[in-house]
Design a protein around this ligand. Structure first.
Ligand code: ATP
Ligand code: MN
Length: 463
């Protein structure tokens, strides 16, 4: 049986003092003096440490000589109301067992105040810092809240495949999946690689999106969502792009583009409120250490109605400001981060843009009557830019087929997707939320490498 109590529940007063308790965790600091030693112990359950007070003359006091920052210990003693004003309770500790020593000369987290860049190089240890403990607890809470949000709304969690046989999504460069020899792959008569001999009997890749498969689910189960890893081999070393990131992709039968926007807005507000309510200590820490406006920004977004406007109207606003942009805007150009930021500042909060020119959007988006635009929607957030990309899907077989041919997408790879438009097609919509973009917003971190435990970026797959 587990004999120890989590530090979180002790500090929350879930165990009445005075009472004998056992705690287990990692030493954050140890202060030695002649009569008494103090250890700040953290077990990851909360950002807060519990104070162990070790009086001279006890066995524990002697053991303290072997303990330094980073060591893992078991501590036993009397939980009492604290004398100091920084903590509610502390432990008068009379018994300590050391599970794992930590060499004070070599432990990289000895001192406080390491840069985020340095901590990336020791990603195996950075979860032990206050910052990354906070971020990863928030990350868990956001993942949980996503499932809770959809479950409460009657959505079904659907697992889309990670290995995909189609490279037709058009969402970016893909990573190949193969068991063929790289030095000496089998070849066909014309010299190209013979994927018939590969593991799956065809060329396969890591998925860039679960959307197309989620659509198949929506056309049977009504409302579904995927939440899984996606992979893009784009060589863009930016603070907002990872080669491996997680995406939440709901797909809803009988939703039009407006229902789609309503859901996206409701979901984002739900998630941010969930963080405000359930991650208080961690958010307060991040607010204090990194971004004094974080909590205010989170609150303000949940209180605002997101501004909705068409791409065409947005371009009109942007064109007036063209002289200040590095990339000039005119109707038909894809919007860059600088333009997204401008719009978000202009409207003082989140913006949802709709009805983009069809040539800058994917083949599956529903075409408008004007013949020029599609029913796309991008949600733009302060600090982040695009956090969600979505659309109403083209449900008309002929229009979808025409667009696939026009854009040179390989129809043989998508026969199953086209099939759904032949058998019981219906209006439906969906979107993709980049989980790490959400995490950037909620934590106030500025580099996407700092909101995922082990970031994958060009030339970086350590750990
Ligand atoms: P961007 O224009 O920002 O590169 P995108 O238009 O390529 O994004 P989509 O294909 O619409 O992105 O993907 C849906 C969502 O996934 C985006 O709104 C964003 O939140 C997230 N996303 C896309 N690419 C990445 C990436 N490389 N790393 C992290 N998140 C990403
Ligand atoms: Mn997009």
């Amino acid at each position: 049986m587990i004999e120890h109590t989590s530090i979180k529940s002790l500090l929350k007063g879930e165990v009445k003092a005075p009472q004998n308790v056992v705690v287990k965790g990692w030493v954050r600091t140890i202060r030695n003096s002649k009569n008494v030693n103090f250890i700040a112990l953290n077990d990851g359950s909360t950002i807060l440490n519990i104070q162990l007070v070790i009086a001279a003359g006890t066995d524990a006091f002697v053991i303290c000589e072997q303990i330094s920052t980073g060591a893992c210990i078991r501590a036993e003693g009397l939980l009492v109301d604290s004398q100091g004003k920084n903590q509610s309770v502390e432990i008068q500790c009379n018994n300590i067992e050391v599970y794992g020593h930590s060499d004070p000369e070599k432990y990289p987290l000895q001192k406080k105040g390491h840069t985020l860049e340095f901590l990336r190089e020791i990603a195996h240890l950075r979860p032990r810092t206050n910052t990354f403990g906070a971020i990863f607890r928030i990350r868990h809470n956001m993942a949980f809240a996503i499932h809770q949000f959809f479950h409460q709304k009657g959505f079904f969690y659907m697992h889309s495949p990670i290995i995909t046989g189609s490279d037709a999504e058009g969402a970016g460069e893909m990573f190949k999946v193969t068991t063929l020899s790289l030095e000496n792959p089998p070849r066909t008569n014309d010299g190209s690689i013979n994927y018939m001999e590969d593991f799956f009997g065809k060329a396969t890749n890591l998925t860039v999106s679960g959307q197309l498969e989620a659509e198949l689910g929506a056309l049977a189960l009504g409302n579904v969502y995927t939440f899984g890893p996606t992979f893009r081999a784009e060589n863009s070393n930016t603070p907002r792009h990872l080669a491996e990131f997680w995406m939440i992709e709901p797909e809803m039968a009988f939703y039009d583009i407006n229902d789609n926007m309503d859901l996206a807005e409701e979901m984002l507000k739900y998630l941010i409120n969930f963080a405000l309510e359930n991650c208080k200590d961690d958010l307060e820490f991040l607010n204090q250490m990194y971004d004094k406006e974080l909590i205010e920004r989170l609150k303000s977004v949940t209180a605002k109605t997101f501004k909705r406007l068409t791409y065409t109207d947005a371009v009109e606003i942007l064109e007036k400001n063209n002289k200040e942009f590095e990339f000039k805007v005119s109707w038909g150009t894809d919007l860059q981060k600088e333009h997204e930021n401008y719009l978000v500042t202009h409207f003082g909060g989140p913006v949802i843009l709709t009805n983009y020119p069809k040539q800058i959007k994917a083949f599956y988006m529903k075409q408008n009557e004007d013949g020029k635009t599609v029913r796309a929607m991008d949600v733009l957030f302060p600090w982040i830019g695009e956090i969600i990309g979505g659309s109403q899907r083209e449900d008309n077989y002929d229009k979808l087929y025409a667009r696939i041919t026009e854009m040179g997408v390989d129809e043989d790879e998508l026969w199953w997707y086209l099939d759904t438009r032949k058998f019981g097609s219906c209006p439906h919509s969906g979107f993709g939320l980049g989980f790490e973009r959400l995490m950037l917003f909620v934590t106030g971190m500025t580099n996407i490498r700092d909101v995922i435990p082990f970031p994958r970026t060009p030339k970086n797959a350590e750990f």
